[in-house]
Design a protein around this ligand. Structure first.
Ligand code: SAM
Length: 279
């Protein structure tokens, strides 16, 4: 039950690059609140000034969230409206705010979303991979050993996977994805969404890893990786492809046998061709 005398905590999405993505409703809410809790006040001030929004700002980031919650809750319980924003996109999505939202709800304060940009959803909406079910993993662990362990645990996931990654880790991350999920797994690397240098690279994990390794421009900016889930039929197709390849190889050169076996079975041609070395 909401406290009728309390204000509302508005959770407001801000743009992930293009300022035009701050909705009219978001602008109105930000203009009307008594206080805006922002992840980094220096970062958000220019955005708010651009829209002529003069509400006072206070910092709420991962290092002060516990302490900031008490004073924000007191303001809300005193009847003031407060907005929560992060540096970009939707608060709480790989961003601070969880403790504040949880505390406000527990105290009976109304918490209401003002939806807008979110890099994960923007990426999924243009990746062209199955999106009826998906898993959002946020950032992988930064250290390579922990990252590889997490990826091994995810390798059998059949739903589309959405990841965030920082530019200084994108090369290592793509190489680890290729090694954990297989070179042939389909993926899309989305860079600088809604910005001037937006790019969308759809390819196999091997091709994406090679591209970020060789092209410095593909390592600049902000990234979302969308990775196809494991094809549940992949093992069956591969077994069938190998059987067909073995038969065709008796009569045909390996490249031609692999191409035909791949077309017949649906297994990846490269995986079948690679088998010739093992035979
Ligand atoms: N809360 C944000 C959201 O709703 O998307 C995400 C915040 S998280 C700290 C920042 C990460 O989101 C970046 O490192 C990057 O992986 C992703 N990201 C944010 N903006 C992006 C953009 N314009 N293009 C691609 N990825 C972006």
């Amino acid at each position: 039950m909401n406290d009728r005398h309390a204000g509302t905590l508005w959770v407001v999405a801000t743009p992930i690059g293009n300022l035009g993505d701050l909705s009219p409703r978001a602008q109105g809410v930000l203009r009307g609140v008594a206080l805006i809790a922002a992840e980094d006040t220096r970062h958000s001030r220019p955005l708010l000034e651009h829209f002529g929004i003069a509400a006072p700002l206070t910092a709420l980031h991962e290092h002060n969230e516990r302490a900031a919650v008490a004073s924000l809750l007191a303001r809300l319980q005193g009847g003031e409206d407060v907005a929560l924003i992060s540096d970009a996109g939707t608060p709480l999505v790989s961003d601070p705010g969880y403790r504040l939202v949880r505390a406000a709800r527990a105290a009976g304060v109304k918490v209401s979303p003002v939806p807008g940009a979110c890099a994960a959803i923007a990426a999924l909406s243009v990746a062209g991979l199955p999106s009826d079910r998906f898993v959002f993993e946020g950032f992988l662990p930064p250290k390579p050993a922990a990252r590889r362990a997490r990826l091994r645990a995810l390798a059998d996931e059949t739903r589309t996977l959405v990841l965030y990654e920082a530019s200084h880790r994108i090369v290592g991350c793509c190489a680890d994805l290729r090694d954990a999920f297989g070179a042939e797994r389909e993926a899309v690397l989305l860079r600088e969404l809604t910005k001037l240098h937006e790019t969308c690279l759809g390819a196999t994990l091997a091709e994406i890893a090679a591209r970020v390794e060789s092209d410095p421009e593909q390592r600049l900016g902000e990234f979302v990786l969308v990775i196809a889930g494991r094809d549940e039929d992949a093992d069956t197709k591969l077994a069938e492809g190998r059987r067909v390849f073995a038969v065709l190889r008796e009569e045909l050169p390996p490249a031609q046998a692999a191409r035909l076996a791949a077309a017949i079975s649906g297994a990846p041609r490269k995986a079948l061709y690679a088998q010739r070395a093992a035979d």
